[in-house]
Design a protein around this ligand. Sequence first.
Ligand SMILES: Cc1ncc(COP(=O)(O)O)c(C=O)c1O
Length: 405
Amino acid sequence: MKIENIKKEFPIFNNKIENNDLVYLDSANSSQKPLVVVDRIYDFYTKEFSNIGRSVHYLAVAATNLYENTRTAVQKYINAKDKNEIVFTKGATEAINLVASTFGQKYLKEGDEIIITELEHHSNYVPWHYLRKNKGIKINFAEIDEHGDISLESVEKQITSKTKMIALTHLSNVTGAILPIKEITELAHSKGIPVLVDGCQSAPHMKMDMQDLNCDFYAISCHKMYGPTGLGILYAKKKWLDDLPPYQGGGGMINEVKKNDISYGELPNKFEAGTMATAQVIAFNESINFLNKIGIDNLINHENDLLNYGEEVLRKNNSVKLIGNPKKKGAVLSFTIDGIHPHDIATILDEDGVAIRAGHHCCQILHDKLGLTASARASLGVYNTRDDLDKLNESINNCKKIFNK
Ligand SMILES: Cc1ncc(COP(=O)(O)O)c(C=O)c1O
């Protein structure tokens, strides 16, 4: 599949957005969906629908097999050792909550410490904050440097004898910093500390290899990976999934239920209580096929070219201030323009069909640290082109004219 023609695979680009061609630069928020994924949902509901894992009739068995096929496809895509290390959740947020809640319940007590970073999305802060409130744990923040980057040393500085978990993003959704996860994991493991990685922004853009990274937990958001909404993935080493208590109770996750006791099912059922997002899981197999057909190396080359081009264009545009200049960067161009509120920038760009995001991007700690209340963010997907970035720049220039900047 050729990247030059990839826009054709996404039906959304056939539409005009208020008479404009769509320049979609909001993929860090959520990616657009290729037709194969949309079709797969339609086909499943119109020809193959059944709930999974419960009945023995033809449709139920076939749907269960399709659902499990996606688990195997994900296992291969992220190079996990075992297919039962893949747990489907309703999003990356739920995946992180699952770990914070079950790990917290079993292993954390008052005075214990966990480390996160100043780059974290609220999804990787709020669940730990609950434990601070409910159990009296302490949260230490690894600090960013002047480039909006997190180094191994800044994490190391926060480690104490009470550190029980390090939870951090792989790729910042604001500065684009790609963190040295493998090195951080090596360090953490040498001190007996498990590592959770928020992989929401990395999984759509980087080669995934869980065995090489060797982290304990990895959270993925499927709707940012050309997949359906309402679906996320928790990768966890099997030893943890065997060891941790279930997160939610209900049908599907039990073994035996008696009036005086209940035993829980084996993996992967133990963490998938109730009716799951069956259609989304089955359709996500098509997202993975789609990514495999493009080839991760082609995707990385394409997006690196766009990122470098976008940075070059925006740097030349005086008054645009790019946020973050990390050593390794992915897919995100956050910026401010002196004297124009990011919401005004996004609103005016929208009038030209350029869709970006403005706000704190669920990273208030980071914005506070940068002395900002908000920023504008253009983020990339496989369907973007250099032309899109030229249009972004033109539209920024329109915006500057309107505000006399
Ligand atoms: C870095 C990061 N973490 C977590 C999330 C939450 O992911 P989900 O929407 O799958 O719950 C997002 C989504 O914006 C994100 O960008």
